[in-house]
Write a protein that binds this ligand. Sequence first.
Ligand SMILES: [Fe+2]
Ligand SMILES: [Fe+2]
Length: 297
Amino acid sequence: MLTTTQTNKPGKASHTPDNVSIKPQRMGFEFGEQVPRYWVDNNYLISHTMNALSVLFPEGEQFFVDSVRAFRDQIQDKKLKEDVRGFIGQEAMHSLEHIAMNQHVRDQGMPVEEMERDLKVILDVARKLPKRHQLAITCALEHITAMMADMLLERDDIREDMHESMRPLWVWHAIEETEHKAVAYDVFLQAGGTYTERAFYQVFSTVALGIVGTWYTGRMALKDRSHFSVKDAAKGMWRMWGKNGAFSSLIPTWLEYFKPGFHPWGKDNSELIGRFKEQIQDYIAPQYKNGNRRTLQ
Ligand SMILES: [Fe+2]
Ligand SMILES: [Fe+2]
């Protein structure tokens, strides 16, 4: 049974550690012939799953931004205001970089435009919910992206499965998702969000993501069915959902969200940011180096 315990901690609005700065950075990734069609572990199913995930990002991140922006004027705390500014800028950059990747996926004959159009219809339905419920959806999905980001940075095997032409995009995205993992949540607490809302919308959002993610992966796989092989699909399923699989291993972290005192920074993994941030600098396109940051607000 869900309770209505409020998890807001008085006195502190931003819980992002002081050693973490949330700054947007345009990367200018390019995707071309250097990217193999099956860029994750040379596997048909996992590659289509990750391509489907990428298609969800631009529209999905716009939803995240809008849901946080709706509460921007109510935030008094200077630090949290800064966090929100960084969050909006970072998500805007993620959308731009994933649009470039999605264009590449579209060039391979995948029905990306139709999928984006359908996602917009789904999100427009979600936009009819009360603003704070939309923010609860964002908090839920930010928890899911944060735990995937943590896994990607933590597990060498998962990163090494990605082709080197694709890995920097996902590592960069994972770093920034870690940096801003608590921003929507801190805004939700300031907005008086309740335990019931966030717990309900975690279940709701996970089910919705599961359905849309499976549907979208299926659409890609169907379009590419001439390359389907049972062995490849079975191996992909095992790598994602088997023992220590990329997704199955995240279940305990997903459940953490239901603890009444949960906070995204309850687990301080800021060390991972430092470990990877330096490496990723090498992948910034020349026109975006030297602090040439573009922030969309
Ligand atoms: Fe993002
Ligand atoms: Fe995010």
